[in-house]
Design a protein around this ligand. Structure first.
Ligand code: FES
Length: 150
């Protein structure tokens, strides 16, 4: 066990955990930030996506010790009122079916659009292909990311 000071959503958090504890479990179990979801645990589904220094990362396989002084943003911190352009588009298009994957989808889309604000449909599909939706709402995901970029 060691104590880690983490910068999450602009606030400082302390966590006493083992160095190899995945960030996902520190967020959910230690800090109570349960918006980030567990899907596969092996970096294959994207449900656990958060931002680390502005990049989309899979928190299920990222050891807390690797975060260091990096700035983590979770779905809880993406916007103050849930009104990030991607979140607004998500609501507008009514993307979610079961909704389990949407935090990861939104975090992936937000990181992608911050680097590529005017993507083509093909670029959207490529960027989002690592986020799996068990309900198959891919057409609405594409539509929402397109709307957020407009
Ligand atoms: Fe992390 Fe699936 S839970 S990628």
């Amino acid at each position: 066990m060691a104590q880690y000071t983490l910068n999450i959503n602009g606030k400082s958090y302390q966590a006493d955990v083992d160095a190899d504890t995945p960030l996902l479990w520190v967020l959910r179990d230690t800090l109570g930030l349960v918006g980030t979801k567990y899907g596969c645990g092996i970096a294959q589904c994207g449900a656990c996506t958060v931002h680390l220094n502005g990049n989309a990362v899979r928190s299920c396989t990222l050891p807390v010790s690797a975060v260091r002084a990096g700035k983590v943003v979770t779905i809880e911190g993406l916007s103050e009122k849930g009104d990030h352009p991607v979140q607004a588009a998500w609501n507008e298009i009514d993307v979610a079916q079961c909704g389990y994957c949407q935090a990861g989808q939104i975090m992936s889309a937000a990181a992608f659009l911050s680097k590529n604000p005017k993507p083509t449909t093909e670029q959207i599909d490529t960027a989002m292909q690592g986020n799996i939706c068990r309900c198959g709402t891919y057409h609405r995901i594409r539509e929402a990311v397109t709307l957020a970029a407009a």
